[in-house]
Write a protein that binds this ligand. Sequence first.
Ligand code: BF8
Length: 651
Amino acid sequence: MPVNRNAKRAEELSLDSGVQEMLVKAREEGVETAFDRSEAMGARCKFGLLGVCCKRCLEGPCRIVPGGKGPQAGVCGATADAIVARNFLTMVTEGAAPHIEHAREVALTLLETAEGKAPYKISNPEKLLNIAARLGLKVDGREINEVAREVALKALENFQQQFGVLPWLKMKAPPKTVARWQSLNVLPVNAHLEITNAVNRQAMGCDADPVNLLLGAIRVALTDGYAGLHLSTDLQDVLFGVPAVVKSEYRLGVIKEDMVNISVHGHIPMLSEKIVEWAEKLENEARAVGAKGINIFGVCCTGNEILMRRGVPVATNFSSQEMPIVTGAVEAMVVDVQCIMPSLPRVAKCYHTEIITTLPNVKIPGATHVEFTPEKADEAAQTIVRKAIANFSKRDPEKIKIPEDKVEAYAGFSTEQILEALKKVNPEDPLQPLAENIKSGNILGVVALVGCTNPRIKQDWANVEVAKELLKHNVLMVATGCSAHSLAKFSLMSPRGLEYCGEGLQQVLKVIGKANGLEALPPVLHMGSCVDNSRVDDLVMALANYFGVEARDLPVAASSPEIQNPKALVIGTYFLAHGIDVHVGIQPPIAGSELVSNILLGDKDRHALTMDGLFGGKLIYEEDPVKAAHLILERIIQKRKALGLPCPDIT
Ligand code: BF8
């Protein structure tokens, strides 16, 4: 890697001291990382940032300078409004497809498990029976595998039925909200059809109406929410268990010098669950090569999945996924799908780490491929763990340096676990303590911090600052995805984070925590991976029911200060469809169209047509984390006022 003498210092690129240390080491060893590439990329393309570049046919590529002297439409006549709306729909669709494929794979795994063809079991029959009953299936007197098979087949209808409303949406969405979606013609039928239709309407010479295209994005987002997020979480809980509170550790210090270290990275728990299982079974083989055992740690959302259910520690999140390799002490990094940097094998080449790809559709030059399918899960996991053990002796002792920092964190806050914790305060009416404290203002509102880290901004910084400012104003926080990792790394998922909370919130966290044998609940509740935003949705729906209103009426919001991936954008759009405000700290490419920007970002009182007016929630774009928190607080206050709840002065 050529030396960049003007490169930003490590402290300017990440808030995480371990990542900073590894970034310095990588640079000293001539290893290029995402932080360096992001800097080398320089200022991003203005047309791309504005969303006004169109590459849909060979007449172009066309690009428009909005309001400038050049052409105000592409060769075909598409205006900036149409191009920006179409590009937005493309991004949302590209975010939805991975979640939808994830969910389909889980449904197939459940089917194969029920039929005895895959080596998994029904870990939570109670949740399975509950889903079956809600789907209207007969459960009494039937074998559990028989019910599981029927649930799996019903789940697969989300990808193939030709008529009616998406089954998982029908099962879970509140009727009043569904009626609104129906009136706007945004109800999905099946996930594959919706993805095809979305791609079709974006194609050259198809849908050119920006409003219609944005409603198309809502339709894709609803598909994502129900046939992607909810379906994945529900069936994963059936197969692997509903998360309950676990105590674990975070940061690069979870890598252990005297053990065989295996990193699991990606999103699909079917693989990582098996790696954890086989790592335990093959401990002796690791000892035979001189290691003290096998240490599994997570990165990104696979990290969330096995943290939530098994308490497996997490090393880091998206932007710094290359850093575990730079420690020189990782024998294998096993990846499945999504958010995997293609640079990993290039970084690994400088050390002894083996990058192992696993799913048929994801291969990376320079990686070893061990094909994983649910039926062959045991064989694949054994092969992978043995490869890691064999690599232990290939370490270069000169290159080993592991940051010492690690922090404790609590995770496992599924909706079920939150209700269990609340039951300890009020067994008959578990939501009452939460609802009453929202009513009184001890809890001003609830905000979900969701999404990513992004090398365009200092890693973890915006996530942590938004959270701290909201906690200070008594906002109860939940978190998912890589932003959950950011908050855990800085003690916001341990009772130590209590010092950042306002008085009212502190009091509530202490009361609920003590009732559950803890000093206090952590100020931010870890609800899981990105597909587990379904859990956030479940919690909001439970609260809405309790208050007798819709989600759009509640003082709740979502925030993604360091958004990177279109998946986070589609999740945000899903929340918007429910009328939940969504903050982003990096602007999606919409600024090239005033119309599109006003629809997404505008207030219903100031613009004729807005998401705010149609659905009740709007997109908030603000890069400054403290200002962003205050924009969120303003909206929370507005919603509290509309509910007739007391509103403090916010300063
Ligand atoms: O699905 S939070 S960087 S890892 S997209 Fe990716 Fe963003 Fe991380 Fe999980 Ni979600």
